[in-house]
Design a protein. Sequence first.
Length: 564
Amino acid sequence: MKKLTRPIFIILLLIGFNVHSQTNIWDENPSDSQIELDSLLSILPYTSDKEKTPVLNRVAEIYWSIDPNKTIEYAYEAMLLSRESNDKEQEGLALINLCQGYLFNDFYDKALQYGLQSLEIRKDLNNLYDLAFTLRTLGWLYFDIGYFDKALDYHTETLKIHEKIGDKQRIAYSYNSLGLIHERKGDCNLALSFFKNSLDLKKEFNNKDRIAETMKNMGICYRKINEPDSAIVYLESSLDISNEIKDQQNKVHILNELAIVNLKLGDFDKSYRQLKESRSLMEGLMDNKEWIVENDRIMSDYFLAKQDYKEALNYFKKYAEGNSEIFSSNKSEKLTDMRIRYEDERRASQIKLLEQQRNLEAQKKKSLLIGSLLLVIIAILIIASLWNNIKKKKAIYQQNQKLSIEKLKTQSLLRENLEHKLEFRMKELTNLALFISQRTSIYKDLTNSFKSLNSTDINQLKKDINRLIKEYTFKFDFNEDIQRFHTNVETLQSDFLFRIKEKYPHLTDKDIQLAVQVKLKLSSKEIANINNISSNSVEIGRHRLRKKLNIGKKENLVSFLENI
């Protein structure tokens, strides 16, 4: 009976979380997720390889915010099994789970590697829900490391997919994401338009935590554009909802923001109360270091406004120390920073061990003479330890400097190599165009020359001319060279083609083809030969292109195209 019921139970669970996989992990109830996790872990040892992959993926997904290391562990196993069975759908899910696991651990290079692999697979599968989620995850990855333009591209593409699906709830999330990016880029007015659209949609679903989040974001934007009254309205509305749903983390952020606004308005007492309340709340949060650092910074501004410079300096020092502890100057070198911190902690443990040994020895010695000798020994050990620490830190610093210099040299060489390759390909492309042009011209001249021949034997002359025309027409295979030319153009000028199509969507394919050839600085005659048209047609095309691009007669067309 147990053998019969176990597969049925597994199938029911698989059906349940396959349907569930279309939802957002962040919308789940934590208690429900824990119940599901316990159930999946209990059946995992009894599942076959085919059933095991989706179970592993779902377990990895639930572990995202609980234990990212577990996410990596289960997702990696799911990836291996899915590749063995050639299950692309589960492989794409395993890869995005790995991306999430490494992203939560701040290993951005590995997160990006697996995220891009998932994106490639999901583009081929064309499951719009899964594709949008992968794009959204990559968008947040770039947002987290400060590449806001790249983040904007991914979130914009995500929004287009959500609009195509017609999922209003996900559209609302995308609006909020785009608003956050524009706010970080410094365009708060544009950010507010996205937040307002997001809020209007979220109100339809009465998702209170999401509504509170967007209201808070709007309050921050109003604060940044110096509209404190509007900022207070939205921040206090968000605070009311956070109190209702008991969202302590959001409440901490809101209280800090309200303290900043009230400080600007000169209401020092209210600002101080909000800072103290925020501080007391964050004591109960597990991951609170960033909140404490932000609170110290605002508290420093508060005492500065109160002209209590001593306390202002005290809190600013706390802020600076906490900030340097949490944030590195470059997140792409996070792994190096973590290794350095590990070495510091190891050395601190060694020093602590030496101190414990010293205390143990001190307890055994009762004599003043032995005690004095012990103090000298301890002093020598401390000095030696400090000297070793200085040497080690110096060595680490020099090694890091050396690595940075080598990295810069490598990047410079790579960039120089790419520039040489691009220059070579551009020359190759231009030479190909000139070759086609010259070859076409020779063909026409040769044909015209043969046609103008005179002979007394008319029939023989016609036979010779026709034979020569056929022979040279066969030898000059234009289509292959022209096709190779256009293929090279599409490869080398892909960035230009993307920009001109985006900026001037009304241009036809022939207009764009002419624009590329003009940008390559080909003459009208050369363009005519390449496209097998008359020079007059090229001049008409250039005139039409100028008109569509809205270029004046005196403006240089080549320079204009190079600056697109």
